[in-house]
Design a protein around this ligand. Structure first.
Ligand SMILES: [Zn+2]
Ligand SMILES: [Zn+2]
Ligand SMILES: [Zn+2]
Ligand SMILES: [Zn+2]
Length: 328
């Protein structure tokens, strides 16, 4: 029905006929096993007996150092690969009665040691916890291309927002199962979802046509400006008999850190009325339990009627850098 490259007033994306168009799926993390398999038995046998007398002193991650001998560092890091999930073990590091190490999340799922089959103990290996606090580890998305190495204190935060962590398709229709690196999200959207229209410029009109059509509907477009891509969407949701709400959102095809650098405005103007909304875009990475409790512009049916003309709602979307907008 619509194609890319149309003039602004004609641009609208209408995905009708889907009575179940619904909230964006929560982008749960994708479990990526670490490459390479350690030799668990060898790893366990290398360990010193657990120390019972020291606490966590000396484990200040801010003092993490990179041992001068890279080979020793790599060897120590390899000793900290969990034999079950192949992730790196971070404190608390548990061990069996014979000294085989296991990460704490795998420990909770097992009653016997995966290496020697003796009963698992609740003994921590404080010596290896101290070793872990001094090492730097590869990001868990290293097999997807991330080259960053970090102390365990910084690792989790980075991995949450790592640009190499696979992204789910952000199209507001949870039927698409695509996932891939951030750099491929835009191409996937425009090549796979033919309803998605693209538009260049930081000040555009996002025209949603036939907003009064019955059923749950969504309108989607990609706005490209400042060298980045932003996903605009208007969702119409039925909350019950005669009760409809519209959610207008701007999400960035970027990491949460990237998204924090921008501010967007949505304004509606019609029939001598003006409505303005300003917020920061969300990253497509962020998980939304549902549209109904997210930080978006929410319009009820009568507001939409006031601002729509001949069944079309024109949203003027302006995206600026937060610094230029006087925000931090
Ligand atoms: Zn594990
Ligand atoms: Zn064991
Ligand atoms: Zn990373
Ligand atoms: Zn998709």
């Amino acid at each position: 029905m619509l194609s890319r490259g149309q003039s602004a007033p004609e641009l609208a994306s209408l995905n009708s006929g889907d009575p179940t168009a619904s909230p964006i799926r929560k982008p749960d993390d994708v479990c990526c096993p670490m490459p390479g398999s350690p030799d668990p038995a060898a790893a366990g046998e290398q360990l010193p007996p657990p120390s019972q007398d020291h606490g966590q002193e000396g484990a200040n991650p801010s003092q993490a150092i990179r041992p001068r001998d890279g080979a020793i560092s790599e060897f120590l890091v390899s000793l900290l690969e969990c034999p079950v999930c192949f992730g790196y073990m971070m404190p608390p590091i548990m061990q069996c009665a014979r000294g085989h190490l296991i990460c704490s999340s795998c420990r909770h799922k097992l009653s016997v040691c995966p290496v020697c089959r003796v009963s698992m103990s609740n003994i921590r290996n404080l010596a290896m916890e101290k070793v872990a606090s001094k090492l730097i580890f590869p990001c868990k998305h290293s097999h997807c291309g991330c080259r960053i190495r970090l102390s365990y204190a910084d690792k989790k935060n980075h991995e949450e927002d790592c640009e190499f962590r696979p992204y789910f398709c952000p199209y507001p229709d949870d039927k698409c199962v695509w996932q891939g690196p951030l750099k491929d999200v835009y191409q996937h959207l425009v090549s796979t979802h033919e309803n998605v229209i693209t538009m260049e410029g930081n000040d555009i009109i996002f025209l949603a046509t036939n907003v009064n059509l019955e059923g749950a509907l969504d309108w989607t477009m990609v706005q490209s400006c400042h060298g980045r891509h932003f996903l605009l969407s208007l969702e119409k949701i039925h909350l019950g008999e005669g009760c409809q709400q519209y959610f207008a959102a701007c999400r960035m095809i970027g990491t949460m850190r990237d998204a924090a650098e921008f501010v967007y405005n949505i304004s509606l103007e019609a029939n001598n009325r003006t409505l303005r909304w300003q917020s920061k875009p969300r990253s497509i990475r962020e998980s939304f339990v549902s549209f109904t409790n997210a930080d978006f512009l929410v319009l009820n049916k009568s507001t939409v009627e006031l601002f729509s003309e001949e069944g079309n709602l024109a949203l003027n979307v302006v995206i600026r850098k937060a610094q230029e907008a006087g925000e931090s």
